[in-house]
Write a protein that binds this ligand. Sequence first.
Ligand SMILES: [Zn+2]
Length: 362
Amino acid sequence: MPVGTQGAIKAFDHSFLESIGYQLILANTYYLVQRPGLDILRERDGLKKFMNLDAALLTDSGGFQAYSLSPLVKFREDGIQFRSHFDGSLYLFTPESVLEAQRIIGSDIRMLLDEVAPFGADKKKFKEAVKRTGIWARQSIQALMKEKAENRLPLHNGLGLAFAIMQGGFFPDLRQEAARELLELDFPGYAVGGLSVGENRAIFMDMAYLSGALLPDHKPRYIMGVGAVQDLITAMDAGFDMFDCVLPTRNARNGSFLTSLGEQNIRNARFKNFHEPIDPICSCRICHTYSASYLHHLFRSREILAPMVATEHNLFFMQNFVKEARQSIWDNSFPSFQSKWLQYYPLAKGKRGIKNEPIVQI
Ligand SMILES: [Zn+2]
């Protein structure tokens, strides 16, 4: 899923999504309830119609952003209270209110409210977060049943499938507890949160494999906020089906191109006189049209076109990378897909998480 947090993919015109092959994007409730606001979205029959999006829409509940962006956030029994980082006004997200907001946004896949414990917090905090998330999941079920009874469907043909989020930090027993609790409630899909937040890759891998195995393989398994190529390979091997991350598009804006030969920084001097496409085998519109030397020039001269072309290429790359992975799973050749790509995206490399490989105590 490309990330369109505020109803737009940065530096990319979403009317071209279909031509690249994306069928689902992610947007964020935390932002959308503030801008453009639910009144406008209600008036326009949901976000898809507002942005004229010809794809399905998944929305995050906003809990994670409230926690990570708000200058003042308080986890309460009944929800998450926070001040907007835009204008300081006070909000309360409850399990019911975020589902209702996502109904108005018109999401096809709605995420439940979950409690996030801060990175590096002690086990007690994570245990509390798992417990609270479980209670909120039960309340969410009640809200969904009420919505169904009242025949209130998500706007603009949204399906409104609700996915629960498994938390538990880097504690295997808490992950197990969270899975037990949430699986009982039989949601149509399950997400894993709280990974790729700054832990080192070994811990990430352990937790991804553990979490993937705890979730049912006949339902969509979604690992949230994971987007480095190396981590996607791990996550797919661990059984995950759905991914979102700002990494491919954010790094694109910094001049980082994902290619069949690894990640390349177009600002590098060696591209100054390299008059071939940045990726020799990429069939995207950008690689067909522009040479690496021209892309280098665009970034050096800070042209607005620079982040646009890089974003389009990286989105195309990601789509094809995942397509190839899917095909290899069908052909029973995923291990060779994995070893091929790990040559160019070695596990020892690849920027990931929000912090740089800190030491984590478990
Ligand atoms: Zn390309």
